[in-house]
Design a protein around this ligand. Sequence first.
Ligand code: GDP
Ligand code: IMO
Ligand code: MG
Length: 423
Amino acid sequence: MSVDLLLGLQWGDEGKGKIVDVLTADYDIIARFQGGPNAGHTLEFDGIKHVLHTIPSGIFHPKAINVVGNGVVIDPVIFRGELEKLKDFPVDPKKSLLISRKAHLILPTHRLLDAASEAAKGKAKIGSTLKGIGPAYMDKTGRNGLRVGDLEMSDWRDKYRALADKHEAMIHFYDVDIHYNLQELEADFFTAVERLKELTFIDSEEYLFRAMDAGKRILAEGAQGSLLDIDFGTYPYVTSSNTTAAGACTGLGIAPGTIGDVYGIFKAYTTRVGSGPFPTELFDQDGETMGRVGNEFGATTGRPRRCGWLDLVALKYAVRINGVTQLMMMKADVLSGFETIRVCTAYQYKGEQIDHLPYTLEAEHLTPVYTEMPGWKEDLTGMTKASELPETLNAYIAFLEEALQTPIRIVSVGPDRLQTIRR
Ligand code: GDP
Ligand code: IMO
Ligand code: MG
C-alpha cells in the first residue's frame, strides 16, 4: 500500500490541521514527518477549536494511529501541555500515539540558544517562533543530538548534561542579554520527560513498513510550508527542516516509490508570519481586511500574519517541487466581498518579466505582475456542495487549475470540519 502526503504550499498555516482531520476518516495511520512545536495546526469540530503542535492531526479519530516520525523534533515540556489538553476528550494517547525513537529532543538550552541567536541578529532576525527548532536541528546534523531512544538508556542524563553544558557556553558566546533560570527549566524538563516515557516508543520506519505490507492506509502530515523549506524556501528566512515531499522520505523512512497522492494545500490568498520577502504582501485596506476576516494570527505565537494576494509563480514552484497530484484551496470564504481578486502571474525582475522563482525575492529587485478577476459577494460559509459555489469563484478555481495543471479537489469555506466542499 502506498503512502499519501499532505503538505503546505505557501509559508505555513494553510489549514493542514483542518484537512488532515477531515481526511483521517479515510486513513488508518497519520504520521508527522518534520518540524516540531513551531507548528500550530488548528482543528475545529462540534463547536470546539483544538490547536496541536507536535501531535498529528488525526488524534481525535477513535480508530486512527498517530505516529510522530523520526524527522520531528520534540520538546517534552510542550508535548506534555498538548497531552494535558487532550484529557477532556475521548482520546487515549497510550494507545493511539506512537513516538519514533529516532526523533530528536529539544532541550531547554535549545530554546535559549534560539533566543540568543535571534537577539544577536537584531534587524536581520528570522522571526523564529523561539521554540528551539534551529538549534535542535543543528545538533541533529552536527551529530550531537539527544534522541527519544536515548531516554531508554541508563546514561541519558550524562549525555544531556554534556550537551546542555556546551549550550550554556555557546549562549555566553552570543553576548546578549538573556535572563533565565536553568535549574528551574531543567526540573520542568525532567518531569516532562517522565510523562513522555509513559508513551510508546517505536522504530517507526519498521512500524510503517509492516503497516504498508498489511495494507494499512497511511497519510503523512507535513508542517510549515514549501516556501519555508531549508533548501527551497526563501533562505535564510526559513525553518530548519525539509518541509517538501522529500522531507517525508527522510522524516519517516518511506521510499520515494511508495508515495501515492501528494495533497498540496494553499490559501486562496497568501499569508506569512515572521521575517522575510513576500512579493504580493499588502499594506493597504485589502490586506487589513484579509487579516481581520481570516483571523490571521499565528496559532503558536499569536503574532499577526502578514497578508497578500495569491502568488501563482510561487505556487507553481511548490507544486513542481512536491509533485502535487491534488490541490486543496482553503479560506475561499475570506475573499467574499472583494470587488476584484488579484493573482500574481509573473514577476518583473531586474528589468525583465519572468514566471519562475528567482534566487532572491527581495522587493528591491522584484515587482509582482497581476491578473485581475471579478470577485464574489456570496457568503460561502454555509455551502456544502460544489454546485452552490458562485460562478466567479468557479472561474477563479478554473483559472488556477489551468495554470497549475492540477485539479483542486477540496474547497474549504470555513474552519469547521463540515465546511469542506469536495469537487
Ligand atoms: P496549519 O498550520 O496549516 O494547520 O494552519 P493553522 O491552523 O495555523 O491556520 C489556519 C487557520 O485558518 C486556523 O485558524 C483554521 O481554523 C482556519 N481555517 C482553516 N480553513 C479555513 C477556511 O476554509 N476558512 C476560514 N475562514 N478559516 C479556516
Ligand atoms: P505550521 O505547521 C507558519 C516560521 C516562523 C519564522 C520561520 C522560522 O503551523 O504551518 P522556526 O521557529 O522554525 O525557527 O521559525 O518559520 N514558521 C511558521 N510559519 N506556520 C508554521 O507552522 C511555522 N513554523 C515556523 O514564523 O518565520
Ligand atoms: Mg499553523
